[in-house]
Design a protein around this ligand. Structure first.
Ligand code: FE2
Length: 358
């Protein structure tokens, strides 16, 4: 069975690490969340789904009812009781912190292949071409733990030493959170190839001048491109969503929850019936300017060969009369590549689209 082969391969990876014990959590400086802001901000009012209810009698119906407003009008909600302990979450934040604290030349050995619009590996700050000022964001993206990605990306010893827990963590996010939410649409399994990834991310603290040069992050509204994005609690206030009333509100850091954000693909697959949320990360309030903002995220994407047309066997979507959004058939793989190329390498994207005549 492929899972067994993959497991064996990962045990072998572990054995290639010299003195793996030096990476034990006891020897790593633990991550501690920065304090919350004292500022009175306009917070968004979002529902919280208790995922424990999913398996109880009538639970799916109750959750679906609770989600109704969120998925059609807001695009954001929280989930709790997702089957990972606080300690497991804490450990992932600690790995993220340890990784980002490494010297640049060490991280550069695992750098993203930008030219091919890849995104797994380390992305240095200042790569985004979207806003005028250089961005302050570093990311480390880890692909799915399946044969498609086995050995495709070099890994540093810190990550190799903790690969089994990272896999448990990423798979738990898929099966305990993403799958229950998407099962309604029957579009998704873990083993089939898709560009899901687990991400460590950091927004480095900025000087007042840097905040001003980046317009306090207020020009960065966007939607995500996958099906759903999961974000772990982070007390640095900065994530905002655009409401139907055209006002931006902040998402608060609720203990023990993950924020879930509906993204473009889920919207395409339902002909816009489900809403992908427009959001942005702005400069935090002044009393948090002295801290970095570390993130743990999971990006779920439909299978690469999924055609982005509304699912045709859903009575709910039929009744809603939804229609496809694209003039010609587009697969998930093409959509990811196009959007990624546009973000990471606008010059190539411009040339390609000019040649294709659209
Ligand atoms: Fe986003």
């Amino acid at each position: 069975m492929s899972a067994t082969i993959a497991e064996t391969a990962r045990t072998e990876v572990l054995h290639t690490v010299e003195d793996a014990h030096q990476y034990d959590y006891d020897f790593l400086e633990p991550y501690v969340h920065p304090p919350e802001t004292k500022k009175d901000l306009p917070w968004a009012e979002l529902v919280t789904l208790d995922l424990q209810d999913y398996g109880r009698p009538g639970g799916k119906e109750r959750l679906a009812k609770q989600l109704e407003h969120a998925v059609h009008h807001v695009g954001f909600f929280y989930v709790k009781n997702f089957g990972l302990t606080d300690e497991q979450v804490q450990q992932q934040f600690t790995l993220a912190k340890t990784f980002f604290n490494l010297p640049t030349e060490e991280k550069a050995k695992y750098e993203v292949d930008y030219a091919n619009a890849d995104y797994n590996g380390w992305r240095r700050a200042g790569r985004s071409k979207i806003s005028a000022a250089p961005d302050n964001i570093e990311m480390f993206n880890i692909p799915k733990f399946t044969a498609d990605f086995e050995g495709k990306y070099p890994l540093l010893d810190l990550v190799k030493a903790h690969l089994p827990e990272i896999e448990v963590f990423a798979r738990a996010l898929h099966s305990n959170v993403v799958l229950p939410l998407l099962r309604l649409f029957a579009i998704y399994t873990y083993e089939k190839k898709s560009e899901d990834h687990f991400r460590y991310m950091i927004y480095r603290k900025r000087t007042p001048e840097e905040h001003a040069a980046s317009e306090f992050g207020q020009s960065n509204g966007h939607t995500d491109l996958g099906t759903v994005t999961l974000l772990f609690r982070q007390p640095i206030a900065g994530l905002q969503i655009l409401g139907e009333d055209e006002n931006w509100t902040y998402l608060s850091a609720q203990p023990g929850t993950i924020k879930v954000n509906l993204a473009d693909t889920i919207s395409h697959l339902t002909g816009g019936w489900l809403k992908s949320s427009v959001h942005r990360v702005v400069a935090p309030p002044e009393d948090q300017w002295q801290y970095d903002r570390t993130g743990l995220l999971y990006f779920a994407r439909a299978h690469n060969d999924t055609l982005l047309v509304p699912i045709d066997d859903s009575p709910v979507l039929k009744a809603a009369g939804v229609k496809t959004r694209f003039e010609k058939p587009v697969t998930m793989e093409q959509w990811v590549k196009a959007k990624q190329t546009l973000q990471m390498n606008p010059e190539i994207a411009a040339k390609k689209y000019a040649k294709a005549g659209d």
